[in-house]
Design a protein around this ligand. Structure first.
Ligand code: FAD
Length: 290
């Protein structure tokens, strides 16, 4: 097994829509930062739909001295817009980006797609323009991307992103450890050597989870879905069962040499911190905070 020092543990946030949401995010970040994650990432809406809010979140994190990896989704953007965004991040001392294609809102014609069609083109552009200035993360899909022609084509497309210059990958969330291990093994057979870090979605709200999963193609196994459905409005039972399921998943992933974990925190600290502590993950010195 890897030693904890070789593993990367990170937290994902989304940019809040309201000042109340921002206050909640700040409280959650202070609690989460206390265990010393490698970095926080922050999502970005394709076509620039969250640009101002993502900047506000990333700038606040940087002002606290916290290592931050903004997500950058390229679909719907022209090169100059990407240069502009990256310029902002350089000014704020960012050295890690999560490079994505993103999803266009339905109903947009081809004309609105922008310069880049796929994430590999964004990665290639970032390497051409900025050399090795950034650590570049890309997305990976152990259960395969919903638009992929087939599993093999998705793996080849993933390889293309890595060959374009990605340093590491974060997966879509999943609840089947086998899907992850099969994916990693196949990648190794194809000569893909970057760390593939499992994305972990804690379970605390079934309706929200079911909605996300339907949209992004992440499978909630039937036995989990049925149990969660059965709890109805009993939030305590949903959280308790969800915690046990995700704890066991994380433990299996770490026992199987996963190179770290990336938690989709949903801007909440409690579910992720409970997992962190029960997994016995290292609590290192928090990053600087003013
Ligand atoms: P790509 O790697 O471009 O793949 C998209 C699809 O096209 C796949 O089916 C792939 O097989 C296929 N494909 C890829 N390259 C080619 C090619 N050259 N020719 C033909 N087909 C190809 N979305 C956001 O909008 N904002 C975010 O902040 C965000 N963060 C995310 C973070 C993580 C860790 C993950 C896993 C996803 C995130 N997403 C985000 C969702 C993501 O943008 C969507 O899943 C999107 O549909 C695909 O993005 P991608 O970067 O994986 O695309």
């Amino acid at each position: 097994m890897n030693t904890p020092h070789q593993q990367t543990f990170s937290f994902e946030l989304f940019p809040p829509k309201t000042s109340e949401g921002m206050d909640k995010l700040k409280t959650a970040v202070k609690r989460l930062n206390a265990v010393g994650p490698r970095y926080f990432s922050c999502t970005y809406g394709a076509g620039g739909s969250t640009r101002a809010r993502t900047f506000a979140t990333v700038d606040w994190l940087r002002a606290q001295g916290i290592a931050t990896a903004p997500h950058l989704a390229c679909i719907g953007s022209e090169k100059d817009e990407i240069r502009d965004i990256v310029g902002h991040y350089i000014e704020h001392g960012i050295d890690r980006l999560v490079a994505l294609r993103g999803d266009m809102p339905s109903g947009m014609g081809r004309a609105g797609l922008g310069t880049f069609r796929y994430a590999n083109e964004l990665v290639a552009f970032l390497r051409e323009e900025y050399g090795d200035r950034f650590t570049i993360e890309v997305a990976a899909y152990p259960e395969f991307h919903p638009q992929a022609r087939n599993a093999q084509a998705d793996l080849e497309n993933f390889k293309r992103k890595v060959e374009a210059g990605a340093d590491t990958a974060i997966t879509q969330y999943f609840y089947s450890a086998e899907a992850y291990f099969w994916f990693v093994e196949e990648c190794q057979r194809m000569g893909i050597e970057v760390p593939i870090i499992p994305g972990v979605m804690p379970i605390s709200n079934y309706a929200q989870l079911a909605r996300f999963s339907d949209a992004c193609g992440a499978e909630i196994p039937r036995w989990i879905r049925k149990r969660l459905e059965g709890y109805g409005d009993d939030t305590a039972s949903i959280r308790s069962f969800g915690h046990e399921v995700v704890l066991e998943l994380c433990q299996r992933l770490l026992d199987g040499d996963a190179p770290g974990l990336h938690f989709y925190t949903m801007n909440q600290s409690a579910p992720t911190l409970k997992l962190w502590r029960e997994l016995g993950l290292p609590e290192t010195r928090p990053q600087a905070q003013s």
